[in-house]
Design a protein around this ligand. Structure first.
Ligand code: ADP
Length: 191
């Protein structure tokens, strides 16, 4: 099993690229954002509790997403590996993920970080709001908070992974196909 983290600020294109990459390389795509939105859509107790946190652009508690991911790892079979999208988002989540994988004889093989300029991020999120109807994409204050939270809580993971020698920056500007090509070429080295 080969495991990848796809990483980058909100609007960097993680979700779009993950769907394409998972299909191309037979990876199981695990997006905590999608899992949380599914809980909200299903009207579960957890979904109801998490929706107010998400609509402010804050992070849900580490234990919630760690538990979700652990359950999915154990129920996914017959794939070449995992593609983690939007998880981990804190150093504590990263440590938990490493342990989870190590306990199962796996590791994080590579962390692919999409680099996108700030103005382009905001442009993409505003555009996505028109199409997706996601409440956290609509409000510029929430968008700004998500980017601030990313810088404060999520970006430190880059240093953590750099020290482990798995950090791989990718130019996230250009067309979807351009970026897909860059990511694919990189991932092929491991598969
Ligand atoms: P984006 O990357 O576009 O901001 P996501 O769909 O990955 O969007 O996540 C949407 C929201 O879900 C986040 O702003 C956060 O509130 C919550 N969320 C998703 N994944 C995590 C996580 N790993 N830890 C904490 N909160 C999360």
């Amino acid at each position: 099993m080969v495991n990848f983290l796809i990483f980058g600020p909100p609007g960097s294109g993680k979700g779009t690229q993950s769907v394409k990459l998972a299909e191309k390389f037979n990876l199981t795509h695990l997006s905590t954002g999608d899992m949380l939105r599914a809980e909200i859509a299903a009207g579960t107790q957890l979904g109801i509790k998490m929706s107010s946190i998400m609509s402010k652009g804050e992070l849900v508690p580490d234990e919630v997403v760690i538990e979700m991911i652990a359950a999915k790892i154990d129920s996914s079979k017959d794939c070449a590996g995992f593609l983690f999208d939007g998880f981990p988002r804190t150093v504590a989540q990263t440590v938990a993920l490493e342990k989870m994988l190590n306990d199962r004889g796996m590791k994080i093989n590579s962390m692919l970080v999409l680099d996108v300029e700030h103005d382009e991020l905001v442009k993409r999120l505003v555009l996505r709001a028109e199409q997706s109807g996601r409440p956290d994409d609509k409000d510029p204050v929430v968008i700004k908070n998500r980017i601030d939270v990313y810088k404060a809580k999520t970006e430190p993971i880059i240093d953590y992974c750099r020290k482990r020698g798995i950090y791989q920056p990718i130019n996230g500007m250009g067309t979807i196909e351009d970026i897909f090509g860059r990511l694919s070429r990189n991932m092929k080295k491991y598969l």
